[in-house]
Design a protein around this ligand. Structure first.
Ligand code: PLP
Length: 451
Protein backbone atom coordinates (compact mmCIF):
# COMPACT_ATOMS: atom_id res chain seq x y z
CA UNK A 1 0.00 0.00 0.00
CA UNK A 2 1.23 3.47 -0.89
CA UNK A 3 0.06 6.09 1.59
CA UNK A 4 -1.97 9.03 0.20
CA UNK A 5 -2.29 12.46 1.78
CA UNK A 6 -4.25 14.40 -0.86
CA UNK A 7 -2.11 17.49 -0.33
CA UNK A 8 -3.61 20.61 -1.91
CA UNK A 9 -1.97 23.97 -2.26
CA UNK A 10 -0.35 26.35 -2.30
CA UNK A 11 -1.76 27.15 1.15
CA UNK A 12 -0.03 29.31 3.73
CA UNK A 13 -1.49 29.02 7.25
CA UNK A 14 1.40 30.55 9.23
CA UNK A 15 3.90 33.02 7.83
CA UNK A 16 6.92 30.88 6.97
CA UNK A 17 9.20 30.07 8.59
CA UNK A 18 6.68 29.16 11.30
CA UNK A 19 7.69 28.38 14.90
CA UNK A 20 8.39 24.67 14.34
CA UNK A 21 10.53 25.40 11.29
CA UNK A 22 12.46 28.01 13.26
CA UNK A 23 13.20 25.41 15.93
CA UNK A 24 14.45 22.95 13.29
CA UNK A 25 16.69 25.62 11.76
CA UNK A 26 18.17 26.44 15.17
CA UNK A 27 18.92 22.73 15.68
CA UNK A 28 20.55 22.62 12.24
CA UNK A 29 22.93 25.41 13.29
CA UNK A 30 24.06 23.28 16.25
CA UNK A 31 24.39 19.87 14.65
CA UNK A 32 25.08 20.28 10.91
CA UNK A 33 28.20 21.65 9.25
CA UNK A 34 28.16 25.29 8.20
CA UNK A 35 29.22 24.05 4.75
CA UNK A 36 25.60 23.23 4.07
CA UNK A 37 23.43 26.28 3.48
CA UNK A 38 19.67 26.04 3.67
CA UNK A 39 18.08 27.69 0.62
CA UNK A 40 14.54 28.09 1.95
CA UNK A 41 13.90 28.16 5.70
CA UNK A 42 11.05 25.69 6.23
CA UNK A 43 11.42 22.18 7.65
CA UNK A 44 9.35 19.77 5.58
CA UNK A 45 7.39 16.76 6.73
CA UNK A 46 5.45 15.48 3.70
CA UNK A 47 5.67 15.61 -0.07
CA UNK A 48 3.20 14.34 -2.64
CA UNK A 49 2.82 15.10 -6.34
CA UNK A 50 3.61 18.78 -6.93
CA UNK A 51 3.26 19.76 -3.25
CA UNK A 52 5.32 19.78 -0.05
CA UNK A 53 4.00 20.39 3.47
CA UNK A 54 6.08 21.97 6.22
CA UNK A 55 6.05 21.16 9.92
CA UNK A 56 3.86 24.23 10.60
CA UNK A 57 1.13 23.12 8.19
CA UNK A 58 1.98 25.28 5.14
CA UNK A 59 1.67 23.59 1.74
CA UNK A 60 4.00 24.73 -1.03
CA UNK A 61 3.89 24.24 -4.76
CA UNK A 62 7.27 22.83 -5.68
CA UNK A 63 9.14 24.22 -8.70
CA UNK A 64 12.47 22.90 -7.37
CA UNK A 65 11.60 19.20 -7.28
CA UNK A 66 14.54 18.37 -5.02
CA UNK A 67 16.90 20.23 -7.42
CA UNK A 68 15.75 18.68 -10.65
CA UNK A 69 14.99 15.20 -9.29
CA UNK A 70 11.25 14.56 -8.94
CA UNK A 71 10.35 14.98 -12.59
CA UNK A 72 7.17 12.96 -12.07
CA UNK A 73 6.22 14.68 -8.81
CA UNK A 74 6.90 13.51 -5.28
CA UNK A 75 6.39 9.85 -4.48
CA UNK A 76 4.61 8.62 -7.60
CA UNK A 77 2.76 5.52 -6.31
CA UNK A 78 4.12 3.18 -9.01
CA UNK A 79 7.67 4.10 -8.09
CA UNK A 80 7.09 3.79 -4.33
CA UNK A 81 5.51 0.38 -4.93
CA UNK A 82 8.49 -0.79 -7.03
CA UNK A 83 10.84 0.19 -4.19
CA UNK A 84 8.60 -1.47 -1.60
CA UNK A 85 8.55 -4.70 -3.63
CA UNK A 86 12.34 -4.71 -3.78
CA UNK A 87 12.59 -3.94 -0.03
CA UNK A 88 10.51 -7.06 0.55
CA UNK A 89 13.09 -9.16 -1.34
CA UNK A 90 16.47 -7.73 -0.28
CA UNK A 91 17.88 -4.26 0.44
CA UNK A 92 21.52 -4.73 -0.28
CA UNK A 93 23.88 -7.40 -1.52
CA UNK A 94 26.58 -5.44 -3.35
CA UNK A 95 26.87 -6.00 -7.07
CA UNK A 96 30.58 -6.71 -6.61
CA UNK A 97 29.60 -9.77 -4.57
CA UNK A 98 26.81 -11.12 -6.80
CA UNK A 99 24.66 -9.76 -9.62
CA UNK A 100 20.95 -9.11 -9.22
CA UNK A 101 18.01 -8.41 -11.50
CA UNK A 102 17.28 -4.71 -10.91
CA UNK A 103 20.89 -3.63 -11.69
CA UNK A 104 21.01 -5.74 -14.86
CA UNK A 105 17.59 -4.68 -16.06
CA UNK A 106 18.37 -1.01 -15.48
CA UNK A 107 21.62 -1.30 -17.44
CA UNK A 108 19.71 -2.93 -20.29
CA UNK A 109 17.05 -0.19 -20.19
CA UNK A 110 19.66 2.57 -20.34
CA UNK A 111 21.33 1.06 -23.37
CA UNK A 112 17.91 1.21 -25.07
CA UNK A 113 17.13 4.85 -24.24
CA UNK A 114 20.58 6.46 -24.46
CA UNK A 115 21.44 8.11 -27.80
CA UNK A 116 23.85 6.34 -30.13
CA UNK A 117 25.33 2.96 -29.34
CA UNK A 118 25.99 2.94 -25.64
CA UNK A 119 25.67 -0.56 -24.34
CA UNK A 120 27.39 -0.78 -20.97
CA UNK A 121 26.79 0.93 -17.63
CA UNK A 122 28.01 1.24 -14.09
CA UNK A 123 25.84 2.53 -11.25
CA UNK A 124 27.00 4.65 -8.34
CA UNK A 125 25.37 6.59 -5.51
CA UNK A 126 25.22 10.08 -7.00
CA UNK A 127 25.87 12.23 -10.02
CA UNK A 128 29.15 13.38 -8.47
CA UNK A 129 30.40 9.85 -8.12
CA UNK A 130 29.30 9.02 -11.66
CA UNK A 131 31.42 11.88 -13.03
CA UNK A 132 34.42 10.58 -11.05
CA UNK A 133 33.99 7.13 -12.55
CA UNK A 134 33.51 8.40 -16.10
CA UNK A 135 36.83 10.17 -15.88
CA UNK A 136 38.59 7.11 -14.52
CA UNK A 137 37.18 5.15 -17.45
CA UNK A 138 38.19 7.88 -19.91
CA UNK A 139 41.78 7.87 -18.59
CA UNK A 140 41.90 4.06 -18.75
CA UNK A 141 40.66 4.12 -22.35
CA UNK A 142 42.64 7.01 -23.83
CA UNK A 143 45.75 6.92 -21.60
CA UNK A 144 45.78 10.69 -22.04
CA UNK A 145 46.19 13.36 -19.41
CA UNK A 146 44.17 16.53 -19.96
CA UNK A 147 40.49 17.00 -19.22
CA UNK A 148 38.63 19.94 -20.71
CA UNK A 149 35.58 21.40 -18.98
CA UNK A 150 33.55 24.59 -19.04
CA UNK A 151 34.17 27.55 -16.76
CA UNK A 152 30.42 28.03 -16.10
CA UNK A 153 29.75 24.33 -15.55
CA UNK A 154 28.77 22.40 -12.44
CA UNK A 155 29.64 18.74 -12.07
CA UNK A 156 29.29 17.97 -8.38
CA UNK A 157 31.14 18.14 -5.09
CA UNK A 158 34.04 15.68 -5.03
CA UNK A 159 37.61 16.86 -5.67
CA UNK A 160 37.43 15.80 -9.34
CA UNK A 161 34.04 17.44 -9.71
CA UNK A 162 35.01 20.77 -8.18
CA UNK A 163 38.17 20.73 -10.29
CA UNK A 164 35.95 20.50 -13.38
CA UNK A 165 33.51 23.08 -12.07
CA UNK A 166 34.77 26.59 -12.79
CA UNK A 167 32.93 28.68 -10.23
CA UNK A 168 35.30 29.52 -7.38
CA UNK A 169 32.76 30.63 -4.78
CA UNK A 170 31.21 28.69 -3.14
CA UNK A 171 32.36 25.41 -4.70
CA UNK A 172 36.16 25.52 -4.80
CA UNK A 173 37.29 28.27 -2.47
CA UNK A 174 39.46 27.05 0.38
CA UNK A 175 39.59 23.45 -0.83
CA UNK A 176 42.75 23.50 -2.94
CA UNK A 177 44.98 22.08 -4.22
CA UNK A 178 42.54 20.65 -6.75
CA UNK A 179 43.03 17.91 -9.36
CA UNK A 180 45.65 18.99 -11.94
CA UNK A 181 45.45 18.84 -15.75
CA UNK A 182 41.97 20.30 -16.01
CA UNK A 183 41.65 23.01 -18.66
CA UNK A 184 38.67 25.34 -18.40
CA UNK A 185 37.16 26.78 -21.55
CA UNK A 186 34.26 29.14 -22.23
CA UNK A 187 30.74 27.83 -22.87
CA UNK A 188 28.40 29.04 -25.62
CA UNK A 189 26.79 31.56 -23.27
CA UNK A 190 25.26 33.73 -25.96
CA UNK A 191 23.67 36.33 -23.66
CA UNK A 192 27.13 37.14 -22.31
CA UNK A 193 29.24 35.94 -25.21
CA UNK A 194 32.85 35.63 -24.03
CA UNK A 195 33.96 36.76 -27.51
CA UNK A 196 31.39 39.59 -27.68
CA UNK A 197 29.95 38.14 -30.87
CA UNK A 198 26.42 37.31 -31.94
CA UNK A 199 24.87 34.10 -33.15
CA UNK A 200 24.63 33.10 -36.00
CA UNK A 201 27.12 35.55 -37.53
CA UNK A 202 29.71 34.33 -34.97
CA UNK A 203 29.72 30.96 -36.75
CA UNK A 204 30.26 29.39 -33.32
CA UNK A 205 33.68 30.97 -32.92
CA UNK A 206 33.67 29.91 -29.23
CA UNK A 207 33.97 26.29 -30.40
CA UNK A 208 36.90 27.22 -32.66
CA UNK A 209 38.63 28.73 -29.63
CA UNK A 210 38.31 25.41 -27.83
CA UNK A 211 39.74 23.62 -30.85
CA UNK A 212 42.78 25.87 -30.84
CA UNK A 213 43.33 25.30 -27.10
CA UNK A 214 43.12 21.52 -27.61
CA UNK A 215 45.45 21.58 -30.61
CA UNK A 216 48.25 23.63 -29.03
CA UNK A 217 50.77 22.63 -26.33
CA UNK A 218 50.49 21.64 -23.58
CA UNK A 219 47.16 19.95 -24.45
CA UNK A 220 48.00 18.97 -28.03
CA UNK A 221 47.62 15.22 -28.58
CA UNK A 222 47.10 14.66 -24.86
CA UNK A 223 43.42 15.43 -24.24
CA UNK A 224 41.49 12.60 -22.67
CA UNK A 225 37.96 14.02 -22.51
CA UNK A 226 35.68 16.99 -22.85
CA UNK A 227 33.07 17.04 -20.09
CA UNK A 228 29.99 19.13 -20.69
CA UNK A 229 26.37 19.61 -19.72
CA UNK A 230 24.39 19.87 -22.96
CA UNK A 231 22.39 22.64 -21.26
CA UNK A 232 24.12 24.11 -18.23
CA UNK A 233 22.08 23.83 -15.03
CA UNK A 234 23.68 25.51 -12.01
CA UNK A 235 25.55 27.75 -14.47
CA UNK A 236 22.23 29.42 -15.26
CA UNK A 237 20.14 27.28 -17.62
CA UNK A 238 22.31 28.07 -20.63
CA UNK A 239 21.39 26.27 -23.83
CA UNK A 240 23.93 26.53 -26.65
CA UNK A 241 22.65 27.47 -30.13
CA UNK A 242 21.92 25.01 -32.93
CA UNK A 243 25.03 23.44 -34.40
CA UNK A 244 27.11 23.83 -31.25
CA UNK A 245 27.36 20.24 -30.06
CA UNK A 246 27.75 18.94 -33.62
CA UNK A 247 30.77 21.21 -33.95
CA UNK A 248 32.18 20.16 -30.59
CA UNK A 249 31.71 16.48 -31.51
CA UNK A 250 33.77 17.03 -34.65
CA UNK A 251 36.50 18.80 -32.68
CA UNK A 252 36.61 15.87 -30.23
CA UNK A 253 36.73 13.33 -33.08
CA UNK A 254 39.52 15.20 -34.86
CA UNK A 255 41.59 15.08 -31.69
CA UNK A 256 40.78 11.62 -30.35
CA UNK A 257 38.96 13.17 -27.38
CA UNK A 258 36.04 11.47 -25.64
CA UNK A 259 32.89 13.49 -25.13
CA UNK A 260 31.35 12.91 -21.70
CA UNK A 261 27.78 14.17 -21.65
CA UNK A 262 26.73 15.16 -18.13
CA UNK A 263 22.96 14.68 -18.15
CA UNK A 264 22.59 14.61 -14.37
CA UNK A 265 20.33 17.67 -14.41
CA UNK A 266 19.12 17.70 -18.01
CA UNK A 267 18.36 14.00 -18.38
CA UNK A 268 15.08 12.14 -18.08
CA UNK A 269 12.80 14.49 -19.93
CA UNK A 270 13.66 17.83 -18.38
CA UNK A 271 14.37 19.47 -21.75
CA UNK A 272 11.51 17.77 -23.59
CA UNK A 273 13.59 14.88 -24.84
CA UNK A 274 14.76 11.91 -22.80
CA UNK A 275 18.30 13.38 -22.93
CA UNK A 276 19.11 16.99 -23.76
CA UNK A 277 21.91 16.09 -26.17
CA UNK A 278 19.22 14.70 -28.48
CA UNK A 279 18.39 18.30 -29.41
CA UNK A 280 21.66 18.17 -31.38
CA UNK A 281 23.08 15.49 -33.65
CA UNK A 282 25.87 14.49 -31.32
CA UNK A 283 26.34 11.06 -29.84
CA UNK A 284 28.42 11.10 -26.66
CA UNK A 285 30.99 8.46 -25.75
CA UNK A 286 29.70 8.33 -22.20
CA UNK A 287 26.54 9.72 -20.68
CA UNK A 288 26.20 10.55 -16.99
CA UNK A 289 22.91 10.12 -15.20
CA UNK A 290 21.66 10.96 -11.70
CA UNK A 291 18.82 12.97 -10.19
CA UNK A 292 15.77 12.04 -12.36
CA UNK A 293 17.22 8.60 -13.09
CA UNK A 294 15.55 7.28 -9.99
CA UNK A 295 13.21 10.11 -9.00
CA UNK A 296 14.64 10.54 -5.52
CA UNK A 297 16.37 7.28 -4.68
CA UNK A 298 20.12 8.02 -4.59
CA UNK A 299 21.62 6.71 -7.79
CA UNK A 300 24.04 7.85 -10.47
CA UNK A 301 25.14 6.11 -13.62
CA UNK A 302 27.69 6.08 -16.40
CA UNK A 303 26.54 4.55 -19.67
CA UNK A 304 28.98 4.37 -22.54
CA UNK A 305 30.21 2.80 -25.70
CA UNK A 306 31.24 -0.83 -25.50
CA UNK A 307 34.93 -0.26 -26.23
CA UNK A 308 35.23 2.65 -23.79
CA UNK A 309 33.41 0.89 -20.95
CA UNK A 310 35.55 -2.21 -21.45
CA UNK A 311 38.81 -0.34 -20.81
CA UNK A 312 39.08 -0.41 -16.99
CA UNK A 313 40.85 -3.39 -15.47
CA UNK A 314 38.96 -6.05 -13.47
CA UNK A 315 37.90 -4.88 -9.99
CA UNK A 316 39.14 -1.35 -10.70
CA UNK A 317 35.68 0.21 -10.31
CA UNK A 318 32.80 -0.30 -7.90
CA UNK A 319 31.65 0.64 -4.40
CA UNK A 320 29.69 -0.96 -1.58
CA UNK A 321 26.36 0.69 -2.30
CA UNK A 322 26.67 1.64 -5.97
CA UNK A 323 23.60 0.45 -7.87
CA UNK A 324 21.67 -0.40 -4.73
CA UNK A 325 18.84 -2.86 -5.58
CA UNK A 326 16.06 -0.64 -4.24
CA UNK A 327 17.38 2.39 -6.13
CA UNK A 328 17.69 0.38 -9.34
CA UNK A 329 14.15 -1.01 -8.94
CA UNK A 330 12.92 2.55 -8.45
CA UNK A 331 14.85 3.70 -11.53
CA UNK A 332 13.30 1.05 -13.79
CA UNK A 333 9.85 2.35 -12.80
CA UNK A 334 11.05 5.97 -13.08
CA UNK A 335 11.99 5.46 -16.71
CA UNK A 336 8.50 4.15 -17.49
CA UNK A 337 6.90 7.13 -15.73
CA UNK A 338 9.24 9.59 -17.46
CA UNK A 339 8.34 8.24 -20.89
CA UNK A 340 4.65 8.82 -20.06
CA UNK A 341 5.34 12.35 -18.75
CA UNK A 342 7.38 13.50 -21.76
CA UNK A 343 4.52 14.78 -23.97
CA UNK A 344 3.42 17.21 -21.20
CA UNK A 345 6.73 19.11 -21.50
CA UNK A 346 5.37 20.74 -24.68
CA UNK A 347 2.60 22.42 -22.73
CA UNK A 348 5.05 23.46 -19.98
CA UNK A 349 7.44 24.93 -22.53
CA UNK A 350 4.75 26.85 -24.40
CA UNK A 351 3.16 28.29 -21.27
CA UNK A 352 6.47 29.27 -19.68
CA UNK A 353 7.98 30.65 -22.86
CA UNK A 354 4.94 32.85 -23.48
CA UNK A 355 4.77 34.18 -19.91
CA UNK A 356 8.51 34.73 -19.49
CA UNK A 357 8.78 36.50 -22.84
CA UNK A 358 5.85 38.74 -21.91
CA UNK A 359 7.73 39.64 -18.73
CA UNK A 360 10.83 40.38 -20.78
CA UNK A 361 8.80 42.86 -22.85
CA UNK A 362 7.16 44.38 -19.79
CA UNK A 363 9.85 44.51 -17.13
CA UNK A 364 13.24 46.18 -17.48
CA UNK A 365 14.90 43.68 -15.10
CA UNK A 366 14.19 40.60 -17.23
CA UNK A 367 17.32 40.56 -19.37
CA UNK A 368 17.20 37.15 -20.95
CA UNK A 369 14.70 34.31 -21.23
CA UNK A 370 16.04 30.95 -22.32
CA UNK A 371 15.82 27.21 -22.07
CA UNK A 372 14.56 24.04 -23.67
CA UNK A 373 11.45 22.04 -22.81
CA UNK A 374 10.63 22.28 -19.12
CA UNK A 375 14.07 23.71 -18.31
CA UNK A 376 13.35 27.42 -18.67
CA UNK A 377 14.94 30.30 -16.82
CA UNK A 378 15.34 34.06 -16.87
CA UNK A 379 18.32 36.22 -16.09
CA UNK A 380 17.64 39.33 -14.02
CA UNK A 381 19.63 42.51 -14.57
CA UNK A 382 19.59 46.13 -13.42
CA UNK A 383 18.78 47.33 -16.93
CA UNK A 384 18.60 45.57 -20.27
CA UNK A 385 21.34 47.84 -21.60
CA UNK A 386 23.81 47.34 -18.73
CA UNK A 387 23.14 43.60 -18.17
CA UNK A 388 24.37 44.20 -14.62
CA UNK A 389 23.36 41.13 -12.57
CA UNK A 390 21.00 41.69 -9.61
CA UNK A 391 21.61 38.74 -7.31
CA UNK A 392 20.03 40.41 -4.24
CA UNK A 393 16.74 41.09 -6.02
CA UNK A 394 16.78 37.55 -7.42
CA UNK A 395 17.18 36.12 -3.93
CA UNK A 396 14.43 38.40 -2.61
CA UNK A 397 12.10 37.17 -5.35
CA UNK A 398 12.86 33.59 -4.31
CA UNK A 399 12.05 34.40 -0.66
CA UNK A 400 8.95 36.35 -1.64
CA UNK A 401 7.67 33.34 -3.63
CA UNK A 402 8.40 31.12 -0.64
CA UNK A 403 6.25 33.32 1.63
CA UNK A 404 3.46 33.03 -0.94
CA UNK A 405 3.74 29.22 -1.08
CA UNK A 406 6.02 28.53 -4.04
CA UNK A 407 9.47 26.93 -3.98
CA UNK A 408 11.80 28.11 -6.77
CA UNK A 409 15.56 27.95 -7.29
CA UNK A 410 18.12 30.49 -8.41
CA UNK A 411 21.29 29.79 -10.38
CA UNK A 412 23.99 31.35 -12.51
CA UNK A 413 27.53 32.61 -12.22
CA UNK A 414 26.15 35.77 -10.62
CA UNK A 415 23.21 34.20 -8.77
CA UNK A 416 20.78 36.22 -10.90
CA UNK A 417 18.93 33.47 -12.77
CA UNK A 418 15.49 32.25 -11.76
CA UNK A 419 15.16 28.67 -12.89
CA UNK A 420 11.98 26.71 -13.19
CA UNK A 421 11.86 23.02 -12.43
CA UNK A 422 8.15 22.21 -12.28
CA UNK A 423 7.33 18.51 -12.24
CA UNK A 424 6.95 17.28 -15.82
CA UNK A 425 3.48 16.02 -14.95
CA UNK A 426 2.14 19.37 -13.75
CA UNK A 427 -1.31 20.50 -14.91
CA UNK A 428 -1.61 23.80 -16.74
CA UNK A 429 -3.70 25.62 -14.12
CA UNK A 430 -1.17 24.84 -11.39
CA UNK A 431 1.71 25.88 -13.61
CA UNK A 432 -0.06 29.19 -14.29
CA UNK A 433 -0.65 29.62 -10.56
CA UNK A 434 3.07 29.23 -9.90
CA UNK A 435 3.93 31.69 -12.65
CA UNK A 436 1.41 34.21 -11.22
CA UNK A 437 3.22 34.01 -7.88
CA UNK A 438 6.58 34.59 -9.57
CA UNK A 439 5.25 37.59 -11.48
CA UNK A 440 3.79 39.22 -8.38
CA UNK A 441 7.07 38.62 -6.48
CA UNK A 442 9.04 40.05 -9.40
CA UNK A 443 6.92 43.21 -9.45
CA UNK A 444 7.03 43.67 -5.65
CA UNK A 445 10.74 43.07 -5.24
CA UNK A 446 11.87 45.21 -8.18
CA UNK A 447 9.63 48.02 -6.88
CA UNK A 448 11.27 47.70 -3.43
CA UNK A 449 14.76 47.74 -5.00
CA UNK A 450 13.91 51.02 -6.75
CA UNK A 451 15.16 52.36 -10.06
C1 PLP B 1 25.08 18.72 -14.16
C2 PLP B 1 25.35 18.10 -12.83
N1 PLP B 1 26.31 17.18 -12.71
C3 PLP B 1 26.59 16.58 -11.56
C4 PLP B 1 25.89 16.92 -10.41
C5 PLP B 1 26.20 16.24 -9.11
O1 PLP B 1 25.21 15.34 -8.79
P1 PLP B 1 24.98 14.88 -7.27
O2 PLP B 1 24.52 16.09 -6.53
O3 PLP B 1 23.96 13.80 -7.36
O4 PLP B 1 26.26 14.39 -6.76
C6 PLP B 1 24.88 17.88 -10.47
C7 PLP B 1 24.13 18.27 -9.28
O5 PLP B 1 23.44 19.24 -9.21
C8 PLP B 1 24.59 18.49 -11.72
O6 PLP B 1 23.65 19.43 -11.84
Amino acid sequence: MVKKYNLKGPKIVVEPPGPKSKKALARKEKCVTSGIRIGLPAALELAEGPFMKDVDGNVYLDFTVGIGVHNCGHRPPEMVKACQDQLDKFIHICFMVSPYESYLKLAEELSKICPGKMTKSIFLNSGSEAIENALKIARAYTKKKWIVSYRTSFHGRTFMDISLTGKEKPYREGFGPLVPNVQHVEFAYCYRCPLKLEYPSCKLACADTIRSIMEKPPLQGDVCALVGEPVQGEGGFINPPPGYWEKMRKICDDNGVLFIDDEVQTGFGRTGKMFAIEHWKCDPDMLITGKGLSLGMPLGGVTGKEEVMSAPGPASLGGTFGGNPVCCAGAIESIKLTKKALPNTKMIHNVEKKRLNEWKEQYEVVGDVRGLGAMMGMELVKTKASKEPIADVTRNIQLNCFKKGLYILTAGQFGNVIRLHPPLVIKQDLLEKGLDIIESALVEETKKAGP
